[in-house]
Unconditional design. Structure first.
Length: 134
């Protein structure tokens, strides 16, 4: 249901409300990167872009070459590069756990250095629609 409600937000969002919700969830850093560009990654990029969050890099193993489109760099994952100043959002439900383990092994800390889109999306949906936690 989370994905369905998230898609509804994208289709008919009150952008001011969405921006307020997202800025209450994510730290107010200016630059973010996304790891994963399947359905979840595309939805993540669209939601954050609609909320005015800058995505500067999208990482995915499916990219055969590095390219830039609309100000966003698309390239293969590089953990050493990810440890720099940008915050990473893991946006692949299929590999979320294994990627998080790899990031933890490389001394990256969840909710400081990286975030899980599944958590972010749940929070966005809950706060956007005023759904109480159970």
């Amino acid at each position: 249901i989370r994905r369905y409600l998230s898609i509804r937000i994208l289709r008919a969002a009150d952008e001011t409300r969405l921006k307020r919700v997202v800025l209450n969830i994510l730290p107010r850093k200016q630059q973010y990167a996304i790891w994963g560009f399947g359905d979840d990654g595309k939805r993540c990029k669209d939601l954050l872009s609609l909320a005015g969050i800058d995505i500067i890099v999208v990482y995915d193993f499916s990219f055969s070459e590095t390219k830039r489109k609309d100000g966003i760099l698309y390239k293969q994952p590089n953990i050493a590069e990810m440890k720099n100043k940008i915050s990473l959002i893991v946006s692949t439900s299929a590999y979320e756990d294994s990627i998080a383990m790899e990031l933890n092994k490389n001394e990256m800390i969840k909710t400081m250095d990286y975030f899980l889109f599944s958590d972010i999306e749940s929070d966005i949906v809950r706060k956007y629609y005023g759904i109480q936690e159970e």
